[in-house]
Ligand binder design. Structure first.
Ligand code: GDD
Ligand code: MN
Length: 375
């Protein structure tokens, strides 16, 4: 069977060199950038057998349709269209898995990366000079155009944080412009997080050993068409990625986020209770108000942080809030019940309380992820 296929493909591709490299381009609302980017890729990649794979998250501006239209007459062009999904990193991973090419390169779809660097990145990997070749903004000769001091400082701080957390050898770990071999991808694949925007960092931190890296400086251009998708959410996702790549092996990052939110909820509880006591409201009534406020606070914060990928919107918020109150009520009963039970066994008060808190928290986490934020 395999022989039949290879005879068939040999006939089909007689005289044609095998595919060498796939360029993966994640896109969301980049319609105006597609045609010019393809023209630039074609000019830059004349020495290679290449294909470009756009991974589009069903952009409302119909980027995917436009790619298909161009692909009709350009056999280099392919599309992966994802529906009901978002995320730069996961898009890049799926694009890489959708090609047979032995070398994979990633570039943004908005022409902010310098495509003239692509042949250097590809050759560095093909020649075995490096396992990952990275376009960097933060090495001599690289840079950013017209960024103000605040943006520069923020980017540098995030860069340093990434380097520290992951003991990374990269000068620009946040870069989204790089090339690697399929073997390197395969080695990272089982441990990839796929969270957020920073796929290079994810790959490097998922490898069993630090990779050999070659860096190529370039000037990060300003965006001409379309809009950046970077928002406050990407800062949260960046921290989640770092958490997943560090303590994530011990504690799932979603549980960690849930626990941090719960900890903040304790603060809300105490603040509300304190306020009630100041206003002369009795302790029991104050406790009721404090618990109600803390649970509501936890619901909203978990909805935008812990479960940002399953975020409830519109009327589902009301339904979710009700179910979260129900889950939390059972959690509180379990908390008190377990606490009393341990206490009855003649344990210290704090150990008993902690036992109750742990069981209550784990219940709340598990039950709310199955009920309130069900997939
Ligand atoms: N499929 C998909 N899904 N693509 C996305 C998504 C998404 O949810 N969000 C963004 N993209 C695409 C954009 O269309 C663009 O092609 C590319 O990913 C980068 O997104 P921008 O919104 O332009 O981000 P940026 O300019 O702030 O940052 C980029 O460049 C940095 C410097 O190299 C990112 O690639 C960073 O990761 C990178 O460090
Ligand atoms: Mn951009």
């Amino acid at each position: 069977m395999l022989q039949d296929i290879s005879a068939f493909t040999q006939a089909q591709t007689a005289g044609q060199r095998p595919l060498q490299v796939a360029i993966i381009v994640p896109t969301f609302n980049e319609a105006d950038n597609i045609a010019p980017l393809i023209a630039r890729l074609s000019a830059a990649l004349t020495d290679f057998q290449w294909e470009v794979i756009f991974v589009d998250d069903n952009s409302p501006d119909h980027t995917a349709d436009l790619v298909r239209q161009l692909a009709l007459t350009h056999p280099h062009i392919r599309i992966v269209q994802r529906v009901g999904r978002r995320g730069l990193s996961s898009a890049v991973i799926e694009g890489m898995l959708a090609t047979a090419a032995p070398i994979l390169a990633v570039i943004d779809g908005d022409m902010q990366h310098d495509e003239a660097l692509l042949p250097h990145l590809i050759r560095a990997v093909a020649d075995g000079q490096a396992e990952i070749a990275v376009g960097t903004r933060y090495a001599a000769g690289g840079g950013t155009q017209g960024w103000d001091a605040t943006r520069l400082r923020l980017s540098r701080a995030a860069t340093r944080l990434g380097q520290l957390a992951l003991r990374s050898p990269l000068s620009d770990p946040m870069s989204g412009f790089f090339a690697l071999s399929r073997e390197t991808l395969s080695a990272a694949l089982p441990r990839l997080s796929g969270i957020g925007f920073k796929i290079l960092l994810d790959i490097v931190a998922s490898l069993p050993q630090a990779p050999r890296v070659a860096e190529f400086p370039y000037q990060f251009r300003n965006r001409v068409a379309g809009e950046s998708k970077a928002d406050s959410q990407i800062a949260v996702e960046y921290l989640m990625l770092l958490a997943d790549k560090t303590i994530g092996r011990i504690l799932p990052v979603r549980l960690l986020s849930f626990l941090i939110v719960g900890g903040l909820g304790v603060g809300v509880h105490l603040a509300v209770l304190g306020l009630c006591l100041m206003l002369g409201i009795g302790f029991v009534d104050g406790q009721v108000a404090a618990v109600a406020m803390a649970i509501g606070f936890n619901f909203f914060l978990n909805n935008i942080l812990t479960y940002r990928d399953r975020r409830l919107r519109g009327w589902r918020i009301c339904k979710g809030l009700v179910s979260f109150y129900a889950v939390s009520a059972i959690g509180a009963a379990a908390n008190i019940g377990i606490g009393n039970w341990v206490h009855d066994m003649d344990r210290s008060w704090w150990l008993s309380a902690m036992a109750g808190i742990v069981v209550g928290a784990v219940w709340n986490f598990a039950a709310s992820s199955f009920v309130t934020w069900r997939k």
